[in-house]
Ligand binder design. Structure first.
Ligand code: AMP
Length: 115
C-alpha cells in the first residue's frame, strides 16, 4: 500500500533497525521503545489489522507465532525470563499504525492490566 509507513519499511524505502527478515516477515526495533527490548513484527503483505487476515493467511499467522516470535525472543535472550506479545487492534485497542504488527516487549517486568 503506497501510503503505509510499515509497507515502506518492509520495502526498504524507510529505514529501520532490522532484527529479523524472511520472505514473509520483517521485524525491526520500535522507534519509541516501551521496554529495554521492543520489536515490531510485521507481515510484508499489507493487512490492516488482525481483523483483515484471510483464510489464505493461516500459514503466515502460524509462521509468525510458531517460528518468528520464539526465534527472536530466544535471540534477544528473553526466553528464560519471559516477554509479552501485544497486537493493538483498532482505535480502542490503541492501534496507531494501520498495518498489522505484533509488539514483542521484554527486558523488564510487565504490569497487568495494561493501560
Ligand atoms: P500501535 O500503536 O500498536 O499501532 O504501534 C505502532 C508502533 O509503531 C508504535 O510503538 C510506534 O512507536 C512505532 N513506529 C511508528 N513509526 C515507526 C518507525 N518508522 N519505525 C519504528 N517504529 C515505528
Amino acid at each position: 500500500m503506497t501510503d503505509c509507513i510499515f509497507c515502506k519499511i518492509a520495502s526498504g524505502e524507510i529505514p529501520s533497525t532490522k532484527v529479523y527478515e524472511d520472505d514473509l516477515v520483517l521485524a525491526f526495533r520500535d522507534l519509541e521503545p516501551q521496554a529495554p527490548e521492543h520489536i515490531l513484527i510485521i507481515p510484508k503483505v499489507h493487512r490492516k489489522s488482525l481483523l483483515d487476515l484471510r483464510a489464505e493467511d493461516r500459514n503466515l499467522a502460524a509462521h509468525i507465532y510458531v517460528d518468528v516470535i520464539p526465534a527472536i525472543a530466544k535471540d534477544l535472550g528473553l526466553a528464560e525470563k519471559g516477554f509479552r506479545v501485544v497486537t493493538n487492534t483498532g482505535a480502542e485497542g490503541g492501534q496507531t499504525v494501520g498495518h498489522l504488527h505484533f509488539h514483542l516487549l521484554g527486558g523488564r517486568s510487565m504490569a497487568w492490566p495494561p493501560g
